[in-house]
Design a protein around this ligand. Structure first.
Ligand SMILES: Cc1cc2nc3c(=O)[nH]c(=O)nc-3n(C[C@H](O)[C@H](O)[C@H](O)COP(=O)(O)O)c2cc1C
Length: 392
């Protein structure tokens, strides 16, 4: 049994991009993250990786404390190797192959979960990659199979003796999508069958499920948190400290505001965001600390609005606004996060807001109405059916 599995941020395409990763660093300092996949083809990338893919490892090397593993998706090992040449060993000692994406597009190209269609193809591809990349450089993230759990043993046989850096098992099949519960027993079987460090992905929502996972799969070395970090971004703090999170409402509002501001500046002018991070002015721990969120808010509002602006619950954004895209990203987060908050915050009225200024005004009013009572943030099982099967 491992003392304590490492808890990391799962890759989520379109979600755990750089602004989210930076925000999570402010929220709870997860020590490790995996990038969402970059789809590599014969034509792409042609002479460099996109700047926004893994800035932490390139432009911002050393500026942020967490480790980041880049992930690629492709059904062609040659293309994986070609793209890997753009990331020297010293920058990314480990690169991951996505063998789980359930989209029809991926399946059709034998990529993502399509890699799992034929155990021989899976084995041949991984052998080639492991041999070319050298021991300990290839990581694999996979599902249990395409249609049925019964496919897993043969697939596991294909990887168990390869010199992988790690094997992450999202313990569902492609046919499951995101429905039903992840089969943690299968992850335990994998951990028992190989010397490769095995990580579990799926259905960790808070302390209770984390404890259950550890009991079911005592030999895993790590756990990835995916949708659980959307429902409760402070989950890493909760799992680290063993205590649920309670924070004051104004800090909570500033934290959400900072998330929207990070999305805004990343859309408008990522270079300026990178500069601030490189200077050490962003990316420090804020957790539940009001003064720290205030400091970050000043930095980010200066970037976005040209002047520092501290959002007060009573007066909201005033005459300021955010772009519809940045606001839609905040709304996406909110659609999950509200499930971990006290009842009045979950009300549909907040979900219905069409503009950032309306949203923050409604949130401020809510806080005023509850007399600034502190917020308890934690998993509420009653919401689980609402998210069953949801990819986002
Ligand atoms: C919106 C979304 C995007 C995802 N994108 C990726 C991805 O880029 N690469 C990957 O390996 N898995 C991806 N996944 C799968 C997650 O990493 C994770 O394995 C899965 O959601 C189960 O974990 P969870 O129950 O903690 O969410 C994605 C999942 C979601 C919900």
């Amino acid at each position: 049994m491992h003392a304590r599995p490492e808890i990391s941020v799962a890759p989520m395409e379109g979600v755990t991009t750089f602004p989210m990763r930076l925000w999570l660093q402010m929220i709870a300092q997860p020590r490790a993250m995996t990038s969402p996949f970059l789809r590599v083809t014969r034509a792409f990338p042609d002479d460099a990786l996109p700047e926004s893919f893994i800035p932490e490892l390139t432009l911002l090397r050393g500026a942020l404390p967490y480790g980041l593993i880049p992930q690629f998706i492709t059904g062609e090992p040659e293309q994986f190797l070609r793209a890997a040449e753009f990331i020297p060993d010293a920058i990314a000692p480990v690169i991951e192959l996505n063998c789980g994406c359930p989209s029809p597009n991926s399946l059709g190209r034998m990529a993502g979960s399509g890699m799992l269609r034929e155990p021989e193809f899976f084995a041949r591809s991984l052998e080639k990659l492991a041999a070319e990349l050298g021991p300990g450089r290839l990581a694999v993230k996979m599902r249990l199979g395409i249609e049925a759990d019964a496919e897993f043993p043969a697939l596991l046989d294909a990887v168990r003796s390869l010199p992988l850096a790690r094997l992450t098992v999202h313990a569902r099949t492609r046919a499951d999508g995101y429905r039903g519960h992840a089969r943690w027993e299968a992850v335990q079987k994998a951990a028992g069958a190989t010397r490769t460090p095995v990580l579990a992905s799926g259905d960790v929502w808070g302390l209770a499920s984390f404890e259950k996972l550890k009991a079911t799969a005592p030999d895993i070395q790590g756990v990835m948190i995916g949708r659980g970090l959307l429902r409760n971004p402070w989950i890493f703090r909760e799992l680290d400290s063993g205590e649920p999170t309670r924070m004051d409402g104004h800090s909570f509002i500033l934290a959400l505001f900072c998330y929207a501001l990070l999305q805004e500046i990343f859309l408008r002018d990522p270079g300026r965001l990178y500069q601030k991070v490189a200077k050490g002015r962003l990316g420090f721990a804020c957790g539940i600390d009001f003064a720290a969120w205030e400091k970050v808010t000043v930095e980010l509002t200066t970037l976005v609005f040209g002047v520092p602006f501290l959002l007060l619950p009573k007066s909201g954004l005033g005459t300021r606004t955010l772009s519809p895209v940045a606001f839609s990203r905040l709304r996406f987060l909110w659609s999950y996060l509200r499930s971990s908050l006290p009842e009045p915050y979950a009300a549909p009225a907040l979900m219905r807001c069409k503009k950032a200024e309306d949203f923050f005004e409604a949130l401020g009013t809510q806080l005023e109405e509850t007399d600034h009572a502190p917020l308890d943030i934690g998993h509420q099982e009653s919401w689980d059916p609402h998210f069953a099967g949801q990819r986002g």
